[in-house]
Design a protein around this ligand. Structure first.
Ligand SMILES: *Cc1c(COP(=O)(O)O)cnc(C)c1O
Length: 366
């Protein structure tokens, strides 16, 4: 199992395969009848928002979406000039910065719309926004029955409403309710008329129901099995210590692993602070692809595993694999009793990251 970046003089690092990202992106674009908006919130679900934004704009994306103003600022400061949609509801206090950074905010309240219009007037800028409509999630958005009144009120403030959207609450879980939300959104669309950019589905919505204009996160990162999507991230680590255990030796906190004697133990410099869910990472992949069991508890910064024999400190082990097997992120999430989203967003920000396109290194972040 060779790794494109095994020459790196570092003990643990993350590799993101932009070619696999591109394949996922093309597959999703082929599924959607309209536009695909890549969702890069929470550091692109742990994959790194800035390099992915740069890459996707280069590959023809027309927008990206993030959740917060600070995420939008990070992209702007990194040189991203394309359209950045903020999925989080605009807070009135953020209106000025959103305008200065030329981010496209989402409006869920009239208070935020008034603040946006007011600050825009003061700055001499044109206020633009997307309108969020609540079709059943009851989290953010103007109630769908009042969408027309909301639109008129927002436009009366001088705001250019460029898009209107809603969010599915139960895609992949309750298909009947997806249909309820879709038909409500259709009625909104009929009431508001053409001339707006309407977008609706998320990853599961698109994959299970098809869609026109969609916002996708999880599927872009290949973290949904069964649709020919491929995970794009691997976490690699070299051992910092290799030794043979004696009979009765206990390993790690709580001394939970007790050696028979003769086992080879590798200590890897990755732990739960790096996003490895405690109790849910059972194996890592050895240099030849074999599964090495984790021995004892995962610490904050270190993990101990058993190997069939001694290894040099330069050896590269795959802690997280870009697949759906036992060292994949979906297996971690399942063992942890949570969703892949939650595990992905906790992936470490403290490792060097290599972004490669096939064998070609696109960008290295340290
Ligand atoms: C996060 C988010 C998405 C993307 O959801 P996935 O399930 O990852 O595709 C789409 N729309 C909104 C409003 C979101 O907050």
């Amino acid at each position: 199992m060779g790794h494109a970046t095994a020459y790196l003089k570092t003990r643990a690092w993350i590799e993101v395969d932009l070619k696999a990202l591109e394949a996922n992106w093309l597959l999703l674009k082929a599924k959607a009848r309209g536009e695909v908006i890549p969702v890069l919130k929470a550091e692109a679900y742990g994959h790194g928002a800035l390099p992915l934004a740069r890459f996707l704009f280069q590959k023809g994306a027309r927008w990206v979406a993030v959740a917060t103003v600070s995420e939008g600022r990070t992209l702007r400061e990194g040189g991203v000039e394309g359209e950045i949609l903020l999925l989080g509801s605009l807070h009135p206090l953020e209106a000025e910065e959103v305008l200065r950074l030329n981010l496209l905010p989402t409006l869920s309240t009239l208070e935020a719309a008034q603040a946006l219009a007011g600050r825009a007037r003061a700055l001499g800028l044109t206020p633009r926004a997307h309108l969020k409509v609540d079709t059943g999630m009851n989290r953010v958005g103007f109630p769908w029955e009042e969408a027309k009144d909301a639109l008129l009120a927002v436009e009366a403030l001088g705001i250019r409403v460029e898009g209107v959207y809603t969010h599915l609450a139960t895609a992949g879980e309750d298909e009947a309710f997806v249909e309820v939300q879709r038909s409500r959104f259709q009625r909104v669309r009929e009431a508001l008329g053409e001339g707006y950019f309407y977008h609706l589905e998320n990853s599961h919505g698109l994959l299970l129901h098809g869609g026109e204009n969609v916002r996708v996160g999880l599927a872009l990162y290949g973290l949904i099995p069964g649709f020919s999507l491929k995970p794009i991230l691997r976490l690699l680590a070299r051992p910092t210590l290799v030794k043979q255990l004696g009979p009765g030796d206990r390993v790690g906190y709580g001394g939970e692993y007790v050696a028979r004697g003769g086992e080879w133990l590798l200590t890897l410099p990755v732990g739960y602070a790096d996003g490895l869910p405690r109790g849910a990472v059972r194996f890592v992949k050895g240099p030849e692809g074999g599964l090495y069991p984790v021995a004892g508890r995962i610490s904050m910064d270190q993990t101990t595993v058993l190997s069939p024999g001694p290894l040099p400190l330069e050896a590269v082990l795959e802690v997280l694999s870009p697949d759906f097997g036992p060292t994949g992120l979906c297996a971690w999430a399942e063992a942890r009793g949570t969703i892949p989203y939650e595990v992905a967003v906790h992936l470490s920000r403290r490792f060097p990251r290599v972004y490669r396109y096939g064998e070609e290194v696109w960008e290295v972040l340290n």
